[in-house]
Design a binder for this molecule. Structure first.
Ligand code: CTP
Ligand code: MG
Length: 231
């Protein structure tokens, strides 16, 4: 049986959480590293479960941690946990295969974006509900961006005004994401990339600073400060 949150919700959220966290340094798989005393995955799932549209959450956990993750999340929210794969894309595919009949919108959300507010989940879902096939939350790029060649020599300056930094959750009409994964080739780092390859239009909505991806030790320290400040 698949665990449900709001039975009248129309959204299933897939949470790839099977990564090692190599860039965070030695330790447990990243989703299980502690932030203010709780695993990143607990922070992420608690915020997803607070979004009223969410019907189902499916977590792709490290294969050796599936039972531990089930026990960890049982008091947080009703969640389905499946073993993830060697690449993020395989973890998403494994979670997608476990979505029950019902939800017509699928969101894909990195466990590493542990402080993502429920409001962002709702705004991505609402954009799909309003008729978009694929929706990504984005922020403007603030740094000047240079293209660099061999020997770290600058080749040119990129026009920053046309660039966006992409976050999750990324939202899709269910049939669109299912078809894109069925046709997937080489692994990509996001799901919108698969959908773009299918020739589907991907639309942007404003992202959130709180949806930062915890990647390096500095990000974890920053997230600790944001939480301590009431984020
Ligand atoms: N992920 C996954 N399965 C994988 C690899 C990544 O489910 N085989 C998930 C991670 O758990 C994370 C999200 O995809 O929630 C984004 O990946 P990333 O930030 O790169 O996390 P890691 O792969 O764990 O980190 P690193 O690349 O530093 O090892
Ligand atoms: Mg990775």
């Amino acid at each position: 049986m698949t665990a449900q949150l709001n039975p009248r919700g129309d959204v299933a959220v897939l949470v790839p959480a099977a990564g090692a966290g190599v860039r965070l340094g030695p330790g447990r798989p990243k989703a299980l590293r502690l932030l203010a005393g709780e695993p990143l995955l607990v922070h992420a799932v608690r915020r997803l479960a607070a979004a009223p549209s969410v019907h189902t959450i499916v977590v792709a956990a490290p294969a050796a941690e599936v039972t531990a993750v089930r026990e960890l999340l049982a008091p947080v929210a009703p969640v389905t946990v499946v073993p993830g794969g060697a690449e993020r894309q395989a973890s998403v595919a494994a979670a997608l295969a476990a979505v029950p009949a019902g939800p017509t919108i699928i969101l894909v959300h990195d466990a590493a974006r542990a402080l993502t507010p429920a409001e962002l989940v709702e705004s991505v879902a609402a954009a799909v509900r309003s008729g978009r096939d694929a929706v990504i939350p984005v922020l403007p790029v603030v740094d000047t961006i240079k293209e660099v060649g061999a020997g770290e020599v600058v080749l040119g300056t990129v026009d920053r005004s046309a660039l966006r930094a992409v976050q999750t959750p990324q939202g899709f009409r269910r049939a669109v994401l299912t078809a894109a994964h069925a046709a997937a080739g080489d692994p990509l780092t996001d799901d919108a990339g698969l959908v773009e390859k299918q020739g589907i239009t991907v639309s942007c909505v404003p992202g959130s600073e709180y949806a930062l991806k915890i990647t390096r030790p500095f990000d974890l320290a920053l997230a600790e400060h944001l939480l301590a400040a009431g984020g």
